[in-house]
Ligand binder design. Sequence first.
Ligand code: SF4
Length: 157
Amino acid sequence: MKKKIKVLISACLLGDNVKYSGGNNLTPELVTLLEKYNVDIVKVCPECFGGLPIPRVPSEIRENKVFSKDNRDLTEEFLVGAEKTLEIAKENEVDFVILKERSPSCGSTYIYDGNFSGNIILGQGITTRKLNEENIIVFSEENLEEIEKYLIELDKN
Ligand code: SF4
């Protein structure tokens, strides 16, 4: 029998209320795409895995460390969350990963600049960096076309 495609995904993109505000980032177009290809989903929230509460003070990356808006160094918590996410990705042998863009954990092309000014810069979140180090492919919810192309390729195998 053909193996189902397995994808690890930021839980907030699927509607889980795990983001710093206590809300979510539900992306209906992503849910529709995943249903179309009948993928197996593995949900993660790296910041929750790192022991951070919901809601929580927002954090940003500055000089390779992570600081909350009230200036606590949360680098260790973010690293723990990244490790746990990597472990889950490996255990589940996921085909690829979709993480929330601009998050200090999950961003894959953009993050905030570290000054809580709303400015966006090129960069990756702590979990995305960790997954990329292990050659795991990470897309964001802003690249649905690329995700679909990848799903089509995987579906052929
Ligand atoms: Fe979503 Fe990732 Fe932030 Fe968790 S850490 S709320 S999964 S963006």
